[in-house]
Design a protein around this ligand. Structure first.
Ligand code: HH2
Length: 264
């Protein structure tokens, strides 16, 4: 899954793809580099980010989603927590709804259930504005797993087929470095819940911290290494900014890793 932020303020690439033309060109490159899904977001969720109005978010993402749907043979995902944006995005051709709020708004469940789209349920403690102030868990893997299972059950009770559901522990969303590391090591337990797992650690502060406070432009290799380890732990979708580098790493993993190829 390649990240396409059509925002002025995303943490690593804000303002780079804010016009429709630059966004479509970026998506074309991500697909050429090996992305199977393009995740289009119009609201930054970086820690401390200010919410965006419905009108602004619609204006940013809908024309881009419609253009991608028309021009590219790729699954388009909409990264939003607003039910109205989900509905409009699906109408414009999105085949996946990616909600960092984990479908907690009852109307989001309604829209997702009616849409026929795939749904990514992500865990977040708090809201982007406040989430990094003092995240707390007794057992982060168990608590995140329980939330994701409960939301998946809600979706299934509304008729969403299990193969349409993807779970994501939400790295960096209301988690300290220790929480993120525990979750990463706990990925096999989340995979065991029985749904495809999505991992998004690309360029995030977790990678920067593990490399000794590395600035964002220098987190690429660390991000690729983490994506590769996530795949090895059973993650099925990797949400990344650097698609080409990640695809190369996964090709090597698939060719040379006994565990990844089932010993073949
Ligand atoms: N991370 C970000 C945004 N959306 N969605 C899912 N499912 N999982 C994630 O880990 C995830 C996500 C944050 O990254 P980015 O989009 O690059 O930054 P910003 O929120 O500043 O636009």
């Amino acid at each position: 899954m390649g990240v396409l932020n059509v925002t002025p303020d995303s943490f690593s690439d804000g303002g780079c793809f804010a016009t429709r033309e630059s966004a479509v060109a970026r998506a074309r490159k991500l697909v050429a580099d090996g992305a199977a899904i393009i995740d289009v977001g119009g609201e930054s969720t970086r820690p401390g980010a200010e919410p965006v109005t419905l009108e602004a978010e619609l204006e940013r993402v809908i024309p881009v989603i419609a253009a991608l749907h028309e021009e590219l043979d790729v699954l388009v995902s909409v990264d939003t927590s607003k039910p109205e944006v989900m509905r409009a995005a699906v109408g414009a051709g999105a085949g996946m709804i990616n909600d960092v709020n984990g479908l907690r708004a009852p109307e989001a469940i309604d829209v997702a259930a009616a849409s026929g789209a795939a749904v990514c349920v992500m865990h977040m403690q708090g809201t982007p504005r406040s989430m990094q102030r003092q995240p707390q868990y007794r057992d982060v893997v168990a608590e995140v797993g329980a939330f994701l299972s409960a939301q998946a059950e809600l979706l299934r009770a509304r008729g969403v087929a299990p193969e349409r559901i993807v779970l994501d522990p939400g790295f960096g969303f209301g988690k300290t470095l220790e929480h993120n590391m525990a979750l990463f090591r706990g990925l096999p337990a989340l995979v065991a819940l029985g749904y495809p797992v999505l991992v998004g650690v690309s360029r995030k502060s977790m990678i920067g911290s593990l490399l000794g406070d590395r600035p964002i432009p220098d987190r690429r290799i660390g991000s690729v290494a983490a994506a590769m380890l996530a795949a090895r732990a059973g993650a099925r979708v990797l949400r990344v900014h650097d698609v080409r580098e990640t695809a190369d790493a996964l090709a090597i993993l698939a060719a040379l890793d006994e565990q990844a190829t089932g010993g073949a």
